[in-house]
Design a protein around this ligand. Structure first.
Ligand code: ASP
Length: 417
């Protein structure tokens, strides 16, 4: 990754992917070259995209574990500081997510995307249905078998275990703890090197992932749900203007455009992979190298944010719930709206940072307030495109929070942007 010069190359590859994907969509749908394209997709585009995605994900479980445990160990040298940082980040996550859901629900009521009568197609998608209450989400955060959590890639459980692991090392103190700390550092360095190697393939990987998404989706589904899409996009933009920009200007003292300029590479990866998890390591690199946040802060705050701070997802869940309730003519009372807002805070936090992770969690909200869960099928067609955008918003929030908290702790060294 060197000095992050790869960002230009990735952006160029994204541009080509959009052109190529749209061209593929047009020739397959209008000129009957579907078979030819499908062969290309099956044997070249999909495998390369999948391998890139897998390479990113395989490194993530160890990185999250090592990063959080390592971050706590470092911060734990100053226990009061660890407590302060956790409280500040926790408050930021809670309020920014609350704001995000309110923006989503408010905009959905303003625009009424489900009252256009255009979306009538009902596809059964019951396999996605799952009832998860807030209590379930909280209880399920605690692992009972860490090896099961590791093999399942259950990030929340791995995170909780890493937090306890880090705290235990700090509590243990003495020579032993120093040795474990060194071990954690060595392993972390190995994983970071591995990510650097994987990122060399990013331009090709991002190209293939995007081509596949654009070629298979095309425009048709998007037109039918245009209003829903517009509502979410408006919500994402509004959130950036009302929450992110003031945070940058007042808490970080940074021009929002400087911020945007410097997250190009990580935004491109988040956009192409639709996965905060996949973008995690680059997020860490950018927060440290570009924004000058100290390594201990980065290691603690970025994985934590990538796992539980998903503002873009919260916006989608707010809009999605109202949209589906309008389609199914379900009247929502004020207490039900409050339940939706509160539940979305947890379901967005509990969503896995993978493509459509937040959409699957949306079913819990629907079931909780008695909206037919199969309504989720209505939005699945446009989900991928929206997921790309909200994932960028998700990871931006993590970086902003990390820089703001670090700044308030005097843990921002030289800013390189
Ligand atoms: N794809 C999103 C992420 O990884 C989660 C979601 O909203 O589906 O951040």
């Amino acid at each position: 990754m060197g000095k992050l010069k790869g960002s230009t190359v990735i952006l160029i590859s994204m541009g080509f992917a959009l052109i190529f994907g749209l061209a593929a969509n047009i020739i397959t749908t209008r000129y009957g070259f579907k078979q030819e394209y499908l062969v290309l997709e099956k044997f070249v585009i999909a495998p390369i995209g999948d391998v890139f995605m897998k390479l990113l994900l395989v490194a993530i479980v160890p990185i999250v574990f090592l990063a959080i445990a390592g971050g706590i160990m470092e911060l734990g040298q100053d226990k009061a500081k660890l407590k302060r940082v956790s409280i500040k980040a926790g408050a930021y996550y809670f309020f920014s997510t609350l704001f995000a859901v309110i923006i989503g629900v408010g905009l959905a009521y303003l625009i009424n995307p489900g009252l256009t009568g255009s979306s009538t197609e009902h596809i059964a998608l019951k396999q996605h249905a799952q009832t998860v209450s807030m209590i379930d989400i909280l209880v399920n955060m605690f692992p009972k078998n860490i090896f099961a959590s590791l093999t399942e890639g259950n990030m929340l459980q791995i995170m909780v275990f890493a937090i306890f692991f880090g705290i235990a090392i700090v509590a243990m103190g003495g020579k032993e703890s120093t040795r474990v700390k060194e071990l954690v550092h060595y392993f972390t360095s190995v994983m970071i090197e591995m990510i650097k190697i994987i990122m060399k393939f990013a331009p090709v990987g991002v190209f293939c992932l995007l081509v596949k998404a654009v070629a298979t989706q095309g425009y048709s589904t998007i037109i039918g749900l245009a209003l829903y899409v517009l509502t979410i996009l408006a919500g994402l933009v509004l959130h950036c203007i009302l929450v992110y920009a003031p945070m940058l200007i007042f808490a970080v003292k940074m021009n929002p455009f400087t911020f945007i300029k410097n997250i190009g590479e990580v935004a491109a990866v988040a956009f192409a992979t639709s996965s905060s998890k996949a973008a995690l390591s680059i997020s860490m690199e950018v927060t440290e190298k570009r924004f000058g946040v100290t390594r201990e802060m980065v290691r603690f705050l970025i994985p934590l944010g990538a796992s539980i701070n998903m503002n873009g997802t919260a916006i989608m869940q707010g809009v999605g719930t109202i949209f589906i309730s309008q389609i199914y003519n379900v009247d929502l009372s004020f207490p039900m709206l409050c339940t939706i807002v509160f539940t979305a805070i947890f379901t967005s936090a509990g969503a896995a940072g993978v493509p459509s992770g937040g959409t699957i969690m949306l079913t819990s909200i629907l079931l909780m307030v008695g909206i037919p869960a199969e309504g989720i099928a209505l939005i699945m067609g446009v989900d991928r495109a929206l997921d790309m955008c909200r994932t960028v918003v998700n990871i931006s929030g993590d970086i902003i929070c990390a820089v703001a908290v670090a700044k308030s702790e005097g843990a921002v060294t030289k800013i390189h942007c």
